[in-house]
Design a protein around this ligand. Structure first.
Ligand code: HEC
Length: 208
C-alpha cells in the first residue's frame, strides 16, 4: 500500500459518502467499477497474498451491490448456497481443546504477504468480540461472546451452530461482517473445533 493508494482510497470514500443519499441502499455501478479499477491497478501479488483476493465472489458482489441490504429472497438463497459448502467434521465431533482455542482467538497472525503458506493462521476473534472476562482488550464489531456457553448451553445443536458460524458466518447472515474462516481456508477443522470448545466448554474462561 503506498501513499498514492491511500489518497485515492480517501477520495473514493468521500465520494461514496457524498453519493450515498441519492442511492438509498444500492451501490452506484459507475463508482463501483471505478473503485474496482483503482484497486486492481494498485494491488499486486506479494508472497502468499495474491491480488486475486480483491475479486468478489457472487455473495460479496451482491452484498456490495445492495450495500449489505440484499432483498430477503436473494439473501435466503445466498445463505443456503454457503451452508451447502460447509465441510462438517468427518468424525461428527465439534469440540476440541479450549486452551488451544484461547490462543487462536488471541492471535491475529496470518494471511499477510510476509506469512508462510505452511504456518497456521490465528482466528483474530478478540479483534471483534469480547470472549474471556480476563482479556480487557477486545473489539466490538461483533457481539460479546462472554458466557456464550452459559447462556446458550453446550449441547450438540449449539456445538454444530458454533462450528458452522466460525466455518462460514455468511451461511447464517449473508452480509455478516465476520470472516469465513473455514470456507476461505484460514483455519483448519481442528482449529475451529478448538474455538468451539473455547465458546462452549464450561471450564473455558468464556464461561467461568
Ligand atoms: C471482523 C470482525 C469479526 C471477527 C474477526 C470475528 N467475528 Fe464473529 N462475528 C462478527 C459479527 C459482526 C457477528 C454478528 C454477525 C451477524 O450479524 O450475523 C459475529 C458473530 C459471531 C458468532 C455468533 C454469535 C451469536 O450470538 O450467535 C459467533 C459464535 C462468532 N462470531 C464467533 C467468532 C469467533 C470464534 C471468531 C474468531 C475465529 C470470530 N467470531 C471472529 C464479527 C467478527
Amino acid at each position: 500500500m503506498n501513499a498514492k493508494w491511500i489518497i485515492e482510497a480517501a477520495v473514493i470514500a468521500s465520494l461514496a459518502v457524498i453519493a450515498m443519499p441519492a442511492q438509498a441502499g444500492k451501490a452506484d455501478a459507475g463508482l463501483d467499477a471505478k473503485t474496482t479499477e483503482i484497486i486492481k491497478r494498485d494491488f499486486r501479488d506479494k508472497g502468499i497474498a495474491k491480488a486475486d483476493r480483491v475479486n468478489q465472489d457472487e455473495l460479496q458482489a451482491m452484498c456490495s451491490k445492495y450495500v449489505d441490504k440484499v432483498p430477503a429472497k436473494m439473501k435466503a438463497k445466498l445463505e443456503a448456497a454457503q451452508e451447502k459448502q460447509i465441510k462438517w467434521p468427518a468424525d461428527g465431533k465439534f469440540m476440541g481443546d479450549w486452551k488451544a482455542g484461547e490462543k487462536l482467538a488471541q492471535s491475529g497472525k496470518g494471511m499477510t504477504w510476509s506469512d508462510k503458506a505452511d504456518e497456521p493462521a490465528g482466528g483474530n476473534c478478540y479483534n471483534c468480540h469480547r470472549l474471556s472476562a480476563k482479556e480487557i482488550a477486545y473489539g466490538t464489531i461483533g457481539p460479546s461472546l462472554l458466557n456464550f456457553g452459559k447462556i446458550r448451553g453446550s449441547g450438540e445443536d449449539i456445538q454444530r451452530y458454533a462450528y458452522g458460524r466460525i466455518y462460514n458466518a455468511k451461511a447464517y447472515n449473508a452480509c455478516a461482517n465476520m470472516p469465513r474462516f473455514g470456507h476461505m481456508g484460514i483455519l483448519s477443522e481442528a482449529q475451529i473445533k478448538d474455538l468451539v470448545a473455547l465458546l462452549l466448554d464450561p471450564e473455558s474462561p468464556v464461561n467461568k
